[in-house]
Design a protein around this ligand. Structure first.
Ligand code: MTE
Length: 320
């Protein structure tokens, strides 16, 4: 069921008083929460369809990967102009507008923490770790919009396997690039940067978890997380961290950006689950960009046959 947009929705309508009276938290909470309220009142049928090369992308060589959905791929216009990338602003069009001068070369990703021999990868080295595959995945945001994207990359496990972890390595933590000078809009978003995320080791090693370097046949446009991001298709979109510079093996559950802000709303696991509502809106349905009718949301975003065994015996409400 769609949330109904009130005629004059104020922040107080969607947020408990204890939260909105704290200005710092107020700024943070207008992020995902504000966008969800906006989505409630409108359907995004289609956005302009620009040419990807307008974003200085370049062609990639890849083979067809496993697990591809045969659902209709979303338009490039929607996928590159309806984004969450708070470093470049909170509005959906901000990342496309504000990230075009973002410098993504040279780029290094450091793999460190509980491993015998940490090391750094240049982007060229990363591109050679495994053959690039096209993975057409459903991508479901906690705000109830969804898209289908032909990502390009390889299973993150291909890199992780190269390292000899210590017995303490139970989780993988990720960190995004952050530079206030290149990301001046980040000052007004209320989030703390760098953006951080994490997965349990079995989730990070799952073959669906993608180290992603491209989409629609080309390298990633800046607004979609250039030059390298993570994509975890059975989890809400905020787990799919963009523009990563650090991958860390660690003993403890990693701190994550949205969980830090509101742990009751954004859990560590964040598996797509139509049966567990967000405290302020239902997660039972979603709006696929470009479509008029809403769709039922699928448990684990439709990837349950591949991933549900990782959560056997866990209370999915408690570990949301
Ligand atoms: N990664 C960083 N570094 N900063 C962000 O603000 N937003 C997350 C995730 N990764 C975000 C991020 C959220 S909330 C979503 S829904 C997805 O990116 C959106 O990915 P897309 O814009 O490619 O659809």
């Amino acid at each position: 069921m769609l949330l109904q947009k009130k005629p004059d929705l104020t922040f107080a309508d969607v947020t408990p008083k204890a939260v909105y009276t704290n200005r710092r938290k107020f700024l943070r909470d207008i992020g995902i929460a504000g966008a969800a309220a906006a989505l409630a009142g409108e359907r995004i049928l289609s956005i302009a369809s620009p040419n990807l090369t307008a974003y200085a992308t370049s062609k990639l060589n890849f083979v067809k990967g496993p697990y591809n959905t045969d659902e209709k791929v979303s338009s490039i216009g929607d996928v590159t102009h309806y984004n969450n990338f708070y470093e470049f602003g909170t509005e959906k069009g901000d990342p496309a507008k504000n990230s075009q001068k973002f410098r993504t070369s040279p780029w290094t990703v450091s793999v460190e923490g509980e491993v015998k021999a940490p090391r750094k990868f240049s982007l060229d080295e990363l591109l050679k770790v495994a053959p690039l595959e096209e993975r057409i995945y459903r991508h479901r945001c906690v705000e109830r919009w969804s898209i289908v994207v032909p990502w390009i990359g390889y299973s993150l496990s291909a890199i992780l396997k190269q390292f000899e972890p210590t017995p303490k390595a139970k989780y993988i933590a990720f960190q995004s690039f952050y530079d206030r000078d290149q990301m001046p809009e980040s000052k007004y978003t209320g989030l703390e940067y760098p953006y951080v995320e994490g997965l349990r080791m079995d989730e990070a090693m799952h073959p669906l978890t993608l180290l992603c370097v491209g989409m629609y046949g080309e390298t990633l446009p800046n607004q979609d997380g250039a030059p390298v991001r993570i994509v975890v298709p059975w989890k809400y979109g905020y787990k799919s961290i963009k523009s990563i510079v650090k991958i860390k093996f660690q003993e403890h559950e990693p701190v994550t950006t949205w969980n830090q802000i509101a742990s009751n709303e954004y859990g560590f696991y964040s598996n797509v689950n139509p049966n567990v509502d967000h405290p302020r809106w239902s997660q039972a349905t979603e709006h696929r960009l470009g479509e008029f009718f809403t769709r039922k949301t699928l448990l684990f975003n439709g990837y349950g046959d591949l991933v549900s065994s990782m959560y056997n015996g866990m209370d999915l409400k408690k570990y949301h």
